[in-house]
Design a protein around this ligand. Structure first.
Ligand SMILES: [Fe+2]
Length: 341
């Protein structure tokens, strides 16, 4: 049964209204002023309030403001002594559904009450539908984010595994790709690339020599100078790496970064002979990191030359072999002791 609070300072009026409502099957409680009404609100669970506007003490409007602040599911109708557009406007502004004028008639009370209760039910069910929808969207978003994070983690795991696999065939350069990836990431971070681009640069760095998997192990670990034919085979590795990776749907062009890591600023690199503006910034970063690591570390055909000689080579090639911005950032990283292998 719907419970209704009737607030009016005139006893005959609140009696009349509550009689009309009770005869229609509503359960009524009456209060002679706002203070009494507040007490009633604490004791009962009302669906609707019919309140007078002009009452001694707290006015009906102030009382309703209090009600709407504290009880969000109560509908309200105001009862006024006369029809006044200004009053009506004030009443609707605070969220009251309707107002009826005195003297009240049975039909006006019943119609207004039935409408207000219907509208309240509708608003409550709308709200709960909306809340449910928002909750569902929030839950699905979380679950989607978790799936994305798992996928990313799986992809990183796969790339690490590929990286280690390549290096098992080429023990002299073991750890090379990881160190290149670390330096490339540091340069990318320093150049303020987006989080995604930094991650892609790192991952591409980890597998940039993947294509060496197709080169015979004895060529990879040959201690002496390579013949032209052997060097030609080595030069295929960016393209081979690209061919292996190109159909994998990474979130970034990782296959292209691998393809371009031996291109040079002036177009003198391989396999495409592309110049600076034709390559990805990430590729140019990996190119510089690759050269620094390769010179600094031990090679099958020579001992490690050390970081100073590696950085000298970069300085020498600024603007001819290497992207000047990338090279500068790389040199600064080492000069400022902000990176070591
Ligand atoms: Fe390479």
């Amino acid at each position: 049964m719907k419970k209704i609070l009737v607030v009016d300072d005139e006893e005959p009026i609140r009696r009349l209204i509550s009689d009309i409502l009770e005869m229609e099957g509503y359960d009524c409680v009456t209060a002679g002023n706002a203070k009494e009404a507040r007490t009633c609100l604490e004791q009962h669970n009302f669906q609707l309030i019919l309140s007078d506007i002009n009452m001694p003490g707290e006015s009906g409007l102030d009382f309703m403001r209090y009600v709407f602040k504290k009880y969000k599911d109560i509908a309200a109708i105001m009862v006024t002594a006369m029809e006044d557009p200004q009053v009506a406007e004030a009443v609707f502004e605070i969220g009251v559904y309707d107002y009826i004028t005195k003297p009240v008639s049975r039909s006006s009370v019943l119609i207004s009450v039935a409408n207000a209760l219907n509208r309240r039910d509708l608003e409550i069910s709308n709200r709960s539908y909306r809340d449910g929808l928002e909750k569902m969207v929030a839950e699905r978003t979380i679950s989607l984010e978790q799936t994305m994070a798992q996928l990313r983690k799986a992809m990183q795991g796969i790339i690490h595994t590929i990286s280690l696999t390549v290096e098992t065939r080429d023990p002299y350069t073991a750890g090379h790709q990881k160190r290149v990836a670390d330096l490339a990431k540091a340069i990318a971070l320093e150049m303020a690339l987006t989080d995604e681009a930094v991650e892609a640069t790192y991952l591409a760095g980890l597998i940039h020599d993947l294509g060496k998997i197709s080169i015979p192990a004895e060529i990879l670990s040959k201690p002496g100078k390579l013949t032209q034919n052997e060097f030609n085979l080595i030069k295929d590795h960016p393209q081979t790496g690209y061919d292996i990776l190109k159909d994998i749907e990474f979130h970034a062009p990782i296959a292209l970064m691998v393809l371009q890591h031996h291109e040079r600023y002036d177009g003198s690199g391989y396999p495409g002979g592309l110049s600076n503006s034709q390559t990805l910034l990430e590729s140019r970063i990996i190119a510089v990191a690759d050269v620094v690591e390769a010179i600094a570390s031990h090679r099958p055909y020579r001992a490690a030359l050390g970081i100073d000689i590696a950085l000298k080579e970069i300085s020498k090639g600024v603007g001819t072999l290497y992207d000047p911005d990338v090279a500068k950032v790389c040199l600064n990283l080492f000069a400022g002791n902000r990176f070591t292998f």
